[in-house]
Ligand binder design. Structure first.
Ligand code: GDP
Length: 444
């Protein structure tokens, strides 16, 4: 997601950056570009207008225009205004007096049932959640929740017999079950419909009377763009929502709804779904989101992963040293560490500047490619790893054979190595050490 927006903003800033000092006309042109990019990403037009007004006001200050790097200053302003558009992170309310009741609502297909289990799975570390099947109209929905909950090892409660249609009896039964089994969080998977209707709203209100929810969360599909915003508004008017969960942020949605839904509806986005599996849910973090859009990578997320993988500050040497001593031995070590960090395509998007490497595509950097790259380096002699320049035609053929790959694969790996070496060199200029350290979340 956000790929198109990210690309357009990047183009806009390189245009601005090429100009040196900026005139008010340059700012006007940039603001027009910004407006077009936001609208094309499906950002609500009022939210886009407000954001641009704020950016323009700050960007045209004498201090920014006369600075040596106005384009970088404006980029920082856009980044800050994107964060403020999305609002502060909004944590889930947990009642001091258990159980915490979370009512999950959503239109059919929004991802509500999957998200119910994802949320329970996320809470499992510090709580004992129970998911409850309240969509009794569709027996398949009850079964889907049961199967997903089983898979995620989350406690499930549903109607006694298939075909039972008394939702309120299920809710009462769930409350009793939770008390007996010490479940301190109850997550209600309510009925999904194609459209909002009176019957559904009456049912949701009745459920809320029996088990007053601490959170009323609407699950919305980010791929549906402004539709998502409209359904959030409608549910909010009737139900008084406390939060939103956006799903399918991993897809190729243009992403505007993620940026503007809070500004338009006033409801905070609490989590984001990033995949079909029940572990693909993360707290919605405006800073990270804005960082990704501005091509700054997700430094915070990456730093957390780096620390979790046990990589220490000592390993992030000074950039000059890395650039000089960066050989294939080191690259192999990096690949091994990357494997520890988790799914590679998720990591790739977090690394600032990686997308600027020519021909780099995150989907290519999958686990298989990583294994292949490792095998190629492992088939090299020590000397070759230390001094990749000596790897010419016949050596390339031998390495390809040894690693069960092709000469083309070997060529690709060597090209990738050269690109990375160049990237490290780019960190050797002024401020490079600071940038490299902050890339890994150290010493900021
Ligand atoms: P419900 O009808 O609202 O309960 O929706 P479901 O939970 O059955 O989800 C509908 C479809 O969306 C399923 O195929 C899910 O696997 C898929 N889905 C849900 N959340 C996500 C997500 O964050 N990313 C992706 N790619 N798919 C999702």
């Amino acid at each position: 997601m956000f790929d198109a927006l990210k690309e357009k903003l990047s183009a806009m800033f390189s245009k601005l950056g090429g100009k040196g000092r900026l005139s008010p006309e340059d700012i006007d042109a940039a603001m027009r570009d910004l407006r077009r990019s936001l609208l094309e990403a499906d950002v609500d037009f009022r939210a886009a207008k407000d954001l641009i007004a704020k950016v323009r006001e700050r960007a045209t200050s004498a201090e920014v225009l006369q600075s040596i790097t106005p384009s970088e200053r404006i980029s920082a302003i856009v980044y800050e205004e994107l964060i403020s558009l999305m609002g502060k992170p909004a944590p889930l309310t947990i009642s001091p007096k258990p159980p915490t009741v979370i009512l999950m609502a959503g239109l059919q297909g929004s991802g509500k049932t999957t998200t119910t289990v994802k949320l329970a799975r996320l809470l499992k570390d510090s709580h004992k959640p129970l998911v409850v099947a309240c969509d009794l109209r569709r027996p398949a929905a009850v079964e889907q929740l049961r199967v997903l909950a089983d898979g995620a090892k989350v406690a499930f409660f549903g109607p006694e017999k298939p075909g039972d249609s008394d939702v309120l009896a299920v809710v009462k039964g769930a409350a009793k079950y939770a008390e007996g089994h010490l479940n301190d969080v109850i997550i209600l998977d309510t009925a999904g419909r194609l459209h909002i209707d009176d019957e559904l709203m009456t049912e949701l209100k009745r459920i809320a009377e029996i088990l007053p929810p601490h959170e009323k969360i609407l699950v919305v599909d980010a791929m549906t763009g402004q539709e998502a915003v409209n359904s959030a508004k409608a549910f909010h008017e009737l139900l008084g929502l406390t939060g939103l969960i956006l799903t399918k942020l991993d897809g190729d949605a243009r992403g505007g709804s993620a940026l503007s839904i809070r500004a338009v509806t006033g409801i905070p986005v609490k989590f984001a779904g990033t995949g079909e599996n029940t572990d693909a849910l993360e707290p919605f973090n405006p800073g990270r989101m804005a960082g990704r859009i501005m091509g700054m990578g997700d430094i915070q997320g990456l730093a957390e992963k780096v620390r979790a993988a046990g990589i220490t500050q000592e390993e992030i040497k000074s950039p000059g040293k890395i650039a000089k001593s960066f050989d294939l031995e080191m690259l192999l070590k990096q690949f091994e560490q990357l494997e520890k960090l988790g799914p590679i395509e998720k990591i790739a998007g977090m690394i600032p500047g990686l997308d600027k490497i020519k021909d780099f595509r995150a989907e290519d950097a999958d686990a298989k490619a990583l294994k292949r790259s490792k095998a190629i380096i492992q088939s090299m002699t020590r000397e070759e790893r230390r001094n990749p320049r000596i790897i010419k035609g016949s050596r390339r053929r031998r390495i390809a054979e040894g690693s069960g790959t092709s000469v083309q694969n070997v060529n690709q790996l060597l090209a990738q190595y050269e690109q990375m070496k160049k990237m490290f060199k780019s960190f050797t200029g002024s401020g490079g050490s600071r940038r490299l350290k902050s890339l890994f979340g150290f010493g900021r």
